[in-house]
Design a protein around this ligand. Structure first.
Ligand code: ADP
Ligand code: MG
Length: 364
């Protein structure tokens, strides 16, 4: 996959296409819009239809399998017909990189907005989150789980519309944070606990968790869990209690705190049941006057501090997954131990009782 000598045939080089390249004989790359971990997004000109498009190139994903998967994903994403979902037009492969062609959306991402101007007003942050809920609801109804809802994938158009990009793309090859076998390799700041655990079972509620992390960032300027060590962040998603947003920034209503913390529940069953339910809860939270905080479920805090783990573990994704598995099996072992201890105590209590009765009968 790594670059070798460039060959004259544009379709047979291992060079990543760049400005001036024409993909699929049709999409002329004009300028780089942005770069993620394993991908680049270019503003391009569609020669066929004479309109601007955004072309996402996935590095290291040009194998036939990857391209086939990319086409499947693009097809699934193309089936979502919603103004809040970026329209996917086409998918292909060029120079060892699979690419997706989507409509070009003008504006800043939520990440850029927060970087430049700091946290959003509470009302604006909630408006954006509710719009993302609407888009996610349409995707989930079409059977597509986004899997990579981050502030970088939420575009705020100048007219106020909110558009979510990169639908389904996170599942591709080594594209966006995961290796082919599913190991986490990218930023886990917005990753749902079940994604860190890699159980394979994933539904729309993972996207709701990630959206709650995005709203947390929009409101406070930082995601719920921050640590330079990605492993520590994954562990925090799995075990740590997130801070109350209102402790990080004044003016956040307790009801909104409560909705956020509920949506950040480790167990998907304790989150709002779907995107529409989350949207309704968010609207209610800012519509109602601030009231004493609703009792929120206390999330279990991890007993073993991830910061004390071997930082080298974070560099290997296998190490990461196996260490998470160890922690989980430690947890189930200690549950087993607790159950065993309870049984022993019960038997002891029964013996003492029998002894007492026997003594009483004998004495009596
Ligand atoms: N459809 C689109 N239209 C316009 N700009 C886009 C589009 N999709 C992505 N971008 C821009 O390209 C940047 C890089 O995208 P991406 O590679 O997905 O990385 P990330 O999501 O981590 O920011 C985004 O942050 C955004 O600025
Ligand atoms: Mg993106």
């Amino acid at each position: 996959m790594s670059g070798t000598a460039a060959l004259p045939d544009p379709d047979r080089t291992d060079e990543i296409p760049s400005e001036g390249s024409v993909l699929g004989g049709r999409y002329e790359l004009r300028s780089l819009l942005g770069e993620g971990g394993m991908s680049q997004v270019h503003l391009a000109h569609d020669r066929e239809l004479g309109r601007p498009v955004a072309v996402k190139l996935m590095r290291g994903s040009g194998e036939p399998d990857d391209v086939a998967r990319l086409r499947d994903e693009a097809r699934a994403a193309a089936a979502i017909d919603h103004p809040g979902v970026v329209t996917v037009h086409d998918a292909g492969e060029s120079g060892g990189a699979a690419y997706v062609v989507m409509s070009y959306v003008e504006g800043d991402t939520l990440a850029q907005r927060v970087d430049r101007s700091g946290p959003l007003d509470v009302a604006e942050a909630v408006r954006v989150a509710v719009a993302v809920c609407d888009a996610l609801g349409a995707a989930h109804a079409a059977g597509v789980v986004h899997r990579d809802v981050t502030p970088g994938n939420i575009i705020l158009r100048p007219d106020g519309a909110v558009v979510v990009t990169d639908f389904g793309i996170a599942r591709l090859g080594e594209g966006a944070g995961r290796t082919r076998t599913g190991h986490v390799i990218g930023t886990p700041l917005y990753l749902a606990p079940e994604q860190g655990r890699d159980t394979g079972r994933l539904d729309g509620r993972a996207d709701l968790y990630s959206l709650a992390c995005c709203l947390f960032t929009a409101l406070t300027g930082r995601p719920p869990f921050t640590d330079p060590d990605p492993f520590a962040v994954v562990m925090a998603h799995l075990r740590a209690t997130p801070p109350r947003p209102s402790t990080l920034r004044a003016g956040i209503p307790p009801a909104l705190d409560a909705v956020l913390l509920r949506t950040l529940a480790k167990d998907p069953a304790h989150r709002p049941r779907d995107a529409a339910a989350l949207a309704a809860a968010l609207r209610a939270a800012v519509g109602a006057p601030p009231v004493p905080p609703a009792r929120t479920r206390e999330l279990p805090t991890g007993g073993d501090d991830p910061a004390h783990r071997d930082p080298a573990a974070a560099t290997g994704s296998h190490a990461l997954d196996s260490t998470i598995a160890e922690v989980e099996s430690d947890e189930s072992h200690s549950a087993d131990r607790r159950r065993g201890l309870a049984a022993v105590l019960l038997v002891l209590a029964a013996l003492v009782l029998v002894g007492l009765v026997v003594t009483l009968v004998t004495v009596g």
